[in-house]
Structure formats: structure tokens, C-alpha cells
Design a protein around this ligand. Structure first.
Ligand code: ADP
Ligand code: MG
Ligand code: MG
Ligand code: MG
Length: 759
């Protein structure tokens, strides 16, 4: 979590009076950030870092149970407290930093210092660092409690899923299923939970289709009739949908784990191009990392967590999300709207129909405002969603400008007042002003009473308050405000313009998490080197996000992608740079690649790519801007497009490794590193081609083939125990204990390879 100020968090009914204050000052702070950094920060190094979220799971082999441990959060304070040197030094000496997360059973860990993207060694060091995080956190825990990297705990929200047990009767979430005791003890988190509910005017409501099996009753029979809070009746007023698993609390989403990667660009222009170029890959990598087929004890008919977390923090009122209120509920939730405005809106047709162009348009340019003068707008997306618009500044790209206005083609409301302020300032062009004006349609969710008044020339908490509670697939991270008297070299040590890649589901093993992080970073470096044009309309990326939720989307579905002929990448320029390049590197088999003739898959070729010519994932037709492709084609290439792997391999060959001896002895450190990177890329390549199943696929098949499973889409306590045990064994990568399990997980040949190479 970016921001964890200490102090007294205000309840929604107090904090909402300060909404405009936070926005106004946040924008002043943003303008000051731009004044300080937009022009002056250039040539920054390509640093990067990953974030991994763990769940502490208590496993009782005798009772055959697995529970989320909600009484071990002290390890987090110990590991991040310099006054507890025994724990703290264990972390810092291993270059690890631990952070709090939403769940009391969760910890987040990052490298203490970011990695250097121009150092080949750092691309393999990351795995060591990730492994150390698990070792260090485990060393603070009894052996029965394991820090596991599960995307979703299978029985979260079921009867007794925590240790110690707790009852779902908490006032913060008012959930029928999740006790407040699962929420981080820091007051920010229960307040965040309650304020989302209060602003929204009802509990969050997430409905996932139940996986239909032969004995499945398509009904969520876990919803109790309770009479504790007035919100208890919402499930029966329309919040829960037939045939779906119903979830009513922030913890179902924010209590899931993910993998994020942050990269620093050399300057703001490069950061904007990188942000844009990564956008089309957010759904594709979500699909490739799918790891969440089970929620609240049900097998569901989808594979990823994204729409759950999106729904879990959706603070929109009925009118903003353009739906009819439940009977007896108000259109306006916790917004202060005067009676005249209310009447006017309701006369215009209530929720539906009000949001036509006439009243509430794209720019929020309307006279209808809340009492604190924020326009009442239709808002199509939750705060946790895919990005709404590209950021291009039109000057970065190598040849001409790739970006076209028409790519920003979705209805994306903005805060007009913020837009006008930014655009009147020299530092902001239209796309930048639009980006921040869109983020600033949101209200602050938690304000600390001690932090209301800030020095806008040196602090930026108000800006971060809004920025860091817009949880999109990508985050454009500006530098912070630094003291004016900082020297140039001190400044260079502080984070600059960064892009964060956020859609990935967490993987079970340190190896996979390293592989996905490294893949994203190498892809980014390859993008910056070859400057492809990957722009497609944002609406197509949103369509892909939906596709990525489907069961086995990586195998069964095609995704919108830039027409391979228009990416500004020539297949012939990438010939020879498939994964066998690494073998040739180690075995002295690469030629200089200076002539037309290069080695392709070990055979001399004249530069064409026969090996991939027949593999086509595209729909034939005229040269339209985008087309649908399989993940395989996008990652591994086809007759039109070299594929991401080749881009990455060529970047490594020509940028990370050109001066390295091409023929280290096979036992050398360099050879080992090269082969490990090859292994990371092979994992992604084979997940894309379907040779290695996704975690979601593997988990689903573990359920379907378990004798305890009754073909009713239910995950009993005992079945969940088996699954967690499987996950634990896979996490340990200990093939000696259960070789068949690892073969199921990684596919036969890859499992053998990994076991042989993992000590
Ligand atoms: P947040 O939760 O807001 O994304 P975190 O501090 O948890 O922030 O994670 C930020 C990530 O950025 C970490 O992996 C960290 O190593 C990395 N990082 C830190 N400094 C830089 C930098 N200058 N450039 C790129 N990445 C950085
Ligand atoms: Mg986190
Ligand atoms: Mg973080
Ligand atoms: Mg992050």
C-alpha cells in the first residue's frame, strides 16, 4: 500500500466535508510535482521492483484443516521495526522489505532496494530475493503456519476459515460472511472498508457464476437470513443474483493476493510511452497468470480474481453506476445532495436515463452537483479497473506519432474543474490533464484528521490519497515532492517517473513469480528498445479484460491485438532470436548476426522465419488496425509478428549481453544465469501455447479429480485442505515428495527440468 499515514481516520460523514479540500490541494501538489520534475528528471536509470503478497495459512495435518492465520500479524511489525533488530536485520540484510496489506493474514514483501534493469545478474537475483522473503517470514512463524502465495484462499467467507475462529458480525464490513477480524488492525483499513460502504449507500455486491457440474444446484445456499444490520436484507433485495456466488465485502477482493511490478523510465515521455505500450498486455498477462477458480467454497465459472477485487472496492452510488436502487434505497448513497437536485434528477427518470448526454456528459459538465460542488456523474467503472485512456505525449515515438485520438474511445468521465486547472498550466497537455482529471472524479476514502492541512510545496499526501486509491491495471507513478535543496545526485537516488504493471495473479512458486516479473520487465525494456506500435482502441482492451476472465481463456480464446503487420516490427529482424538462442550462447553456437544468414533453431537460414511461418493466429482479412490472435501467437509469434519472446531475446542479445563472452563454460555463473532466464521465458512461452497449464486450470482439475469432490461445485473443508497441501508442496518445489504432482503442475518435461535445477 502506497500510503499508510498514522493518525485518526475520519468516518465518511466527517471526511466527506473535506473531499473538495483534498482534491484541490492534491492537484496543487500534483502541479508542484510537475514543476519540480517534468523537465528536469531525465536519463534516469531503468530501476525496477516486484511486490509479492502472501497469505499466512495454518495447516493442521491431524485435523485435516487449513485456516487463514489472523493472529500472526505481529511478525509484520517485527520485520519492519528497526527497534526489533533480531527480525528487522534478517529482512534488511537480505535486501527485503515487508509491508502491511489489507488482510490481517497477509504480508507484502518487496526488495528493499530496487533492481537495476541494465544488469543481467539482477534478472536472476530477483528469484533469490523472492526466495529469501519466504525464508525470512517463515523463520518468524511456527512450521505449521506457511506463507503461501495463493491468489484466493478457497474457503474465504465459509464457516470457520480463520484461526482463531471469528464470527462475521463486524460493524466495519457488516458482511454476512467475513469477520472484521480478517481486516488489518491499522485503523485505516476498517475505515476504508466502512467508508466505501457508506459512500456507496449499500454493501458491495459481487456475483460470480457457479461452475455448472452434474450435481450442482445453481444457487448460493450459504446466504444466511440474519437480522443484525439493516444491510442484511440487501442479499434478498437484488444484491445477490441467482446462479451466482454472492460476496458482500471488501475482503473478498482486497484479501486476494497479486503480483505487481514497478519500473522507472528515463523521463516522463518514456514513462508515458511505456504505460501506453503495456496497456494491451494487461488482459493477456492476466489470462496467462490465471490462478483463481474458487471463491467462498465454490468452484466458479471463471479463472481470475480481477472482477472480484473490482467489485470489492466499488464505492459508486446507484446513480453513478446507472442502476435502479433496491426497494427503499436512495439513488445518491452517502453523497450530500440537496432536495432540489434530487427531485430534478428523479423527475428526469431516476438512475437509468438520467445519464444521457443531456444531463451528465463525459466531462461532468453539468449543473447538477453534490452539496460540496462535485458534479453528479455517470461513472462506468469501479475504482479498481482497467485503465480508461492512453497517456501518449505524441513526441516520444521513434518515427511518427503512433497514438491517435480515436484510440481513447470509451466513455470516461473526468472532473472538469481539475481538467481546466491542469490544462491551463504549461506542464500538462490534454492526455495528461485528462488522465489525472479522470482519477480525480473519485472522493478520498480515508482522511486522517492530523493530515488535513499540508504544506503543498513539500508534501503530497493529498495527491497520493486519490492517486493510490485508483487501482487500475497500470499506474502512472510520478515522483514525490522532494526538498528544494536536494543535490542532483541525491535526487537521482529517489524514485522518478515510474509505471506499475498490476493485473498479474500471484503464482504459487518463487520461480514463477520471478519468471512473470522478469518477463514484464524484459518486455518493457524490449518495447523501449524496438519502439513498436501496440496501440489498439481502449474499448478493445476492455473487451479483452472480459475474455481473460473466462475458464481457460489462454487455450480457448482469441484476444484483440495490433495487426501484426502494423506493429512496426519486421519478422526478419528477429530471425534467430527464439529461445534456442540461449543454448547457442552457452554452446558458442551463435554467429555474429551481422550478415543476412543467421542461425534459426540451430539451422542456417537466410533471415526468413520458416519455423514460424505456418503458425498463424490471425484472422485473414484486410489490414485493419487490430485483429484477434491467440495468446500463443502474441507471445510466440506468427507469420506477421515476431512475438514477445523474440523481442525479448533480441533485446537481451543486443543490449544486456553484447559485450559478454558468448562462450562461457557451461558451468559458469554467466551460463547458469542465461539458462535460468531462458527457463523463465520458456514457462511463459509454454503457458501461452498451452503446454503448461495455468494455476487456475491445475486447481480446477485437482478439484474435479479429488475423490472428496461430489461434482456439486462445492469445496468442503477437507477438500480445501487437500488443495492447500498440494499448493504447499508445489510451493516448496520438492519433486522428491510427490513427482506426479509437479508433473501435473508444470507438465512432464518442464517439471523434470526444474526439479533437476532446483536445490
Ligand atoms: P506500491 O504498493 O505503492 O506499489 P511499494 O513500495 O509496495 O509501492 O512497491 C513499489 C515497488 O517499486 C517495489 O518493488 C520497489 O522495489 C520498486 N521501486 C522502488 N524504487 C524504485 C525506482 N526508483 N524505480 C523503479 N522501481 C522502484
Ligand atoms: Mg499490495
Ligand atoms: Mg505495495
Ligand atoms: Mg503496488
Amino acid at each position: 500500500m502506497g500510503l499508510l499515514s498514522l493518525g485518526t481516520p475520519l468516518d465518511w460523514h466527517e471526511s466527506k466535508k473535506l473531499n473538495e479540500h483534498v482534491r484541490d490541494n492534491g492537484i496543487t501538489q500534483l502541479i508542484n510535482i510537475f514543476k519540480q520534475h517534468a523537465r528536469s528528471r531525465n536519463n534516469n536509470r531503468f530501476y525496477w521492483g516486484d511486490e509479492i503478497e502472501y497469505m499466512l495459512v495454518e495447516i493442521d495435518d491431524e485435523a485435516r484443516t487449513a485456516r487463514l492465520a489472523i493472529d500472526r500479524d505481529y511478525i509484520l511489525s517485527d520485520l519492519s521495526d528497526p527497534d526489533k533488530p533480531d527480525s528487522y536485520l534478517k529482512a534488511t540484510e537480505k535486501n527485503v522489505s515487508f509491508h502491511p496489506e489489507y488482510g490481517r493474514y497477509m504480508i507484502e514483501a518487496t526488495p528493499l532496494k530496487p533492481y537495476d534493469g541494465s544488469s543481467l545478474s539482477d534478472y536472476t537475483y530477483v528469484e533469490e530475493n523472492i526466495r529469501d522473503r519466504r525464508i525470512v517470514s517463515q523463520s518468524e512463524l511456527p512450521p505449521t503456519i506457511r506463507p503461501l502465495t495463493l491468489t484466493v484462499f478457497p474457503r474465504i467467507g465459509c464457516e470457520t476459515f480463520t484461526s482463531p475462529p471469528a464470527k462475521p458480525i463486524g460493524p466495519a464490513s457488516q458482511s454476512l460472511f467475513l469477520p472484521d477480524e480478517i481486516i488489518n488492525r491499522h485503523a485505516r483499513f476498517p475505515t476504508l472498508t466502512a467508508n466505501i460502504r457508506k459512500r456507496r449507500g449499500r454493501k458491495v455486491a459481487i456475483n460470480l457464476p457457479i461452475y455448472p457440474d452434474i450435481n450442482t444446484k445453481l444457487i448460493d445456499d450459504s446466504i444466511p437470513h440474519r437480522d443484525l444490520f439493516s444491510s442484511d436484507e440487501e442479499a434478498f433485495l437484488g444484491a445477490s443474483k441467482p446462479g451466482h456466488v454472492y460476496m458482500d465485502s471488501m475482503g473478498f477482493g482486497m484479501g486476494a493476493s497479486c503480483l505487481q511490478v514497478t519500473m522507472q523510465a528515463s523521463d516522463i515521455s518514456e514513462a508515458r510511452y511505456l504505460y501506453d505500450s503495456l496497456a494491451p498486455f494487461t488482459p493477456i498477462l492476466l489470462s496467462l497468470s490465471a490462478a483463481a477458480p474458487i471463491f467462498k467454497g465454490f468452484l466458479v465459472n471463471q479463472d481470475v480474481r480481477w472482477n472480484v477485487i473490482s467489485g470489492a472496492v466499488d464505492d459508486r452510488t446507484f446513480i453513478e453506476s446507472d442502476v435502479e436502487p433496491y426497494a427503499g434505497y436512495d439513488f445518491f448513497g452517502g453523497l450530500d445532495v440537496d432536495n432540489q437536485t434530487k427531485e430534478h434528477l428523479i423527475n428526469l427518470g431516476g438512475g437509468r436515463g438520467v445519464n444521457g448526454d443531456r444531463v451528465i456528459n463525459n466531462y461532468g459538465d453539468t449543473n447538477l452537483k453534490t452539496v460540496d460542488s462535485k458534479p453528479i456523474q455517470k461513472i462506468p467503472k469501479s475504482r479498481y479497473e482497467s485503465i480508461d485512456a492512453y497517456l501518449s505525449d505524441r513526441t516520444y515515438s521513434k518515427k511518427d506519432s503512433y497514438f491517435k485520438e480515436e484510440y481513447n474511445d470509451i466513455f470516461s468521465p473526468i472532473n472538469k474543474k481539475v481538467y481546466d486547472r491542469l490544462i491551463s498550466n504549461n506542464e500538462f497537455d490534454h492526455n495528461l490533464a485528462y488522465h489525472f482529471a479522470h482519477l480525480f472524479i473519485r472522493d478520498p476514502l480515508v482522511i486522517f484528521s492530523e493530515r488535513v492541512d499540508q504544506d503543498n510545496s513539500s508534501e503530497n499526501d493529498h495527491f497520493e490519497n486519490i492517486q493510490s486509491t485508483n487501482w487500475q491495471t497500470l499506474r502512472f507513478k510520478p515522483p514525490a515532492l522532494y526538498p528544494e535543496d536536494m543535490t542532483e545526485s541525491q535526487l537521482q537516488d529517489k524514485p522518478g517517473w515510474r509505471v506499475e504493471f498490476r493485473p498479474l495473479e500471484i503464482q504459487l512458486t518463487d520461480f514463477e513469480n520471478a519468471a512473470y516479473s522478469v518477463f514484464v520487465v524484459l518486455l518493457s525494456k524490449a518495447i523501449l528498445k524496438f519502439q513498436p506500435d501496440f496501440y489498439i482502441p481502449i474499448s478493445k482492451i476492455d473487451e479483452n479484460m472480459e475474455i481473460a476472465h473466462r475458464v481457460d481463456s489462454v487455450l480457448n480464446d482469441k484476444f484483440w491485438f495490433k495487426n501484426g503487420n502494423l506493429c512496426k516490427l519486421e519478422n526478419k529482424d528477429f530471425a534467430g532470436y527464439d529461445l534456442s538462442w540461449f543454448d547457442r550462447f552457452v554452446n558458442k553456437g551463435n554467429d555474429t548476426l551481422a550478415s543476412e544468414n543467421v542461425y534459426v533453431n540451430g539451422y542456417v537460414s537466410n533471415g526468413t522465419m520458416d519455423s514460424v511461418k505456418s503458425r498463424s493466429g490471425s484472422i485473414k482479412g484486410e489490414l485493419c488496425n487490430e485483429s484477434k490472435y491467440t495468446t500463443d501467437a502474441i507471445i510466440n509469434g506468427n507469420h506477421e509478428f515476431p512475438g514477445l519472446i523474440r523481442m525479448i531475446v533480441k533485446m537481451i542479445a543486443t543490449e544486456l549481453a553484447p559485450d559478454l563472452p558468448q562462450c562461457p563454460d557451461t558451468d559458469s555463473d554467466l551460463a547458469r544465469k542465461m539458462l535460468r532466464i531462458q527457463c523463465y521465458l520458456l514457462l511463459i512461452s509454454q503457458r501461452a501455447s498451452g503446454k503448461i497449464p495455468t494455476i487456475a486450470h491445475w486447481l480446477r482439475s485437482r478439484v474435479l479429480t479429488n475423490p472428496l469432490y461430489k461434482k456439486d461445485s462445492k469445496i468442503s473443508d477437507s477438500l480445501a485442505y487437500d488443495l492447500i497441501k498440494d499448493c504447499e508442496k508445489v510451493s516448496d518445489l520438492d519433486g522428491s515428495k510427490d513427482p506426479q504432482l509437479l508433473k501435473d503442475y508444470f507438465g512432464e518435461s518442464f517439471a523434470s527440468y526444474l526439479c533437476a535445477h532446483t536445490s
